[in-house]
Design a protein around this ligand. Structure first.
Ligand SMILES: *[C@@H]1O[C@H](CO)[C@@H](O)[C@H](O)[C@H]1NC(C)=O
Ligand SMILES: *[C@@H]1O[C@H](CO)[C@@H](O)[C@H](O)[C@H]1NC(C)=O
Ligand SMILES: *[C@@H]1O[C@H](CO)[C@@H](O)[C@H](O)[C@H]1NC(C)=O
Ligand SMILES: *[C@@H]1O[C@H](CO)[C@@H](O)[C@H](O)[C@H]1NC(C)=O
Length: 436
């Protein structure tokens, strides 16, 4: 009794202090964003409230993107927009030493004496010059189970881009949410604003009717029926590629994308033979494996792809799964007639990515390897990247759907769950009913 009235007193006191200061009285331990899959582009799209007054802004998710950028040329109205000055602390946080003037302003995206950066659209591999700026952003907090109240960052750093940079983005999107490791990436800025760990998790959905989530901050990450997906994570180190993989960059910039080390690949427990040199990032930034939301399907360098698909066809044949003609963009397709369904997708050979670290085996079941192209045909959702790609393996969107991935920037490690379907939940099962 005594302790609960003390609690009541403290709550009132906090409320009073917050009224006096006009500031929210709580520090969220995590934030949540909904993410939907856009059918026609297969991109993942989220929404953030920005500006004063706040408006919802639809943004395509780029896991390895450097920062948030939005179209400032069209309808950007805000009383709290501030350009970032040349040689300011924010400008060096953005690793920029470029300084720009603009002659048909002033307006958002066009001011004198501003810090210049290069917003990048990886879908059309185009980057352009843009003004670095700050404005208010508001997102929902979460306890890991439901969304809570909105909380805001008054001076969130982002870049302005011209309207043409929206080309190739999902309809309705007016920018890109960069979740990369850069200091002005969304994960680092939210962590700094609310003093939580530099960690975030993504759980993308295959559903086109329900949302998946991005959660900034630590777990739990609960999905109905009350499964804490953070409990089933295995871990592998994240690697830094010393050479930027962005469309435009300054010499000496490292990549902001997330690289892991695949040591071998097994199909039905049998290792396939791969040139291991390709699995390591060399000093010029070539080779290695990254995870990307830009590519809808996993890409593999030609020699890896050939060994992988040949082994897969062999293992499928051993199960009487017969190959049929390819259906673009896929080369390797099968008749679905001998393939029954299971909780973890079509019953097909499993693929194991054997990653660096103990027990770091990422198992890819039929749910993430097979793409149903029609009633009778299933295709292997992996593509040939050609013989000289910069990165040897790019793990694409289809392979990470309904998997929880947690990126821990401070500890430089990736937590991965393999498919959540085996745990009787999915990424579309976050309970979006708001807790008051
Ligand atoms: C920038 O400075 C130039 C030259 O001083 C001036 O003509 C121009 O109007 C200024 N632009 C803005 C946006 O203030
Ligand atoms: C393995 O890949 C590296 C990098 O592309 C190449 O230089 C080397 O010749 C390859 N080795 C074999 C045995 O094919
Ligand atoms: C595959 O089909 C053959 C011939 O119909 C049959 O003898 C064999 O048992 C089947 N194998 C499997 C793994 O189903
Ligand atoms: C979702 O969350 C709301 C609010 O906490 C709760 O009332 C509801 O029971 C939850 N739904 C399920 C299916 O658990």
């Amino acid at each position: 009794m005594a302790s609960s009235s003390l609690q009541m007193f403290l709550t009132c006191l906090l409320l009073l202090i917050s009224i006096i200061h006009g500031q929210p009285s709580f520090r969220p331990s995590a934030l949540v964003l909904p993410v939907r899959k856009d059918i026609s582009t297969q991109q993942y799209v989220t929404a953030i409230n920005q500006r004063t007054p706040l408006v919802p802004v639809n943004l395509v998710v780029h896991l390895g993107g450097q920062f948030l950028w939005v179209d400032c040329d069209n309808n950007y109205i805000s009383s709290t927009y501030r350009p970032v000055r040349c040689r300011s602390a924010q400008c060096s946080l953005a690793r920029s030493n470029s300084c720009g003037d603009c002659f048909d302003g002033p307006r958002p995206g066009c001011n004198n004496n501003t810090c210049g950066v290069s917003p990048d659209n990886p879908f059309i591999r185009t980057a352009t010059g843009g003004e670095l700026a700050q404005d208010a952003v508001s997102v929902r907090s979460t306890d890991g189970s439901n969304p809570g109240r909105f909380t805001s960052v008054p001076q969130f750093i982002f870049a302005c881009a011209p309207t043409f940079l929206l080309q190739g983005l999902a309809s309705g999107a007016t920018g890109l949410a960069g979740l990369g490791r850069a200091r002005i990436g969304l994960p680092s800025q939210f962590a700094a604003a609310f003093s939580f760990h530099r960690k975030f998790a993504i759980c993308l959905t295959s559903s086109t009717s329900s949302n998946g989530v991005i959660i900034f901050g630590d777990g739990p990450y609960r999905f109905l029926q009350n499964t804490d997906a953070s409990a089933s994570l295995r871990y592998t180190p994240l690697f830094i590629n010393p050479v930027s993989t962005a469309s435009a960059f300054t010499q000496g910039d490292p990549s902001d994308e997330y690289f892991i080390r695949v040591n071998s690949i097994r199909i039905n427990d049998k290792p396939i033979s791969i040139n291991t040199t390709l699995l390591i990032i060399d000093s010029e930034g070539n080779g290695g494996t990254k995870i990307s939301t830009v590519n809808p399907y996993t890409l593999m360098e030609t020699s890896i792809y050939r060994a992988f698909s040949a082994a897969y066809i062999r293992e499928a044949a051993a199960r009487n799964i017969s190959r049929v003609a390819g259906v673009a963009p896929f080369d390797v397709c099968f008749s679905s007639s001998n393939v029954f369904g299971t909780r973890v997708g079509p019953a097909v050979p499993y693929i194991d990515l054997v990653l660096q670290g103990q027990n770091a085996v990422w198992t890819i079941t039929g749910s993430n390897s097979m793409v149903r192209v029609n009633d009778d045909v299933l295709c292997l959702g992996f593509l040939d990247a050609g013989s000289n790609p910069v990165t040897s393996i790019v793990i694409g969107g289809y392979q990470i759907e309904d998997n929880l991935l947690q990126f821990d920037l401070a500890a430089s490690r990736l937590g991965f769950s393999s498919t959540l379907l085996g745990r009787q939940t999915t990424c579309a099962n976050f309970n979006f009913t708001t807790n008051p």
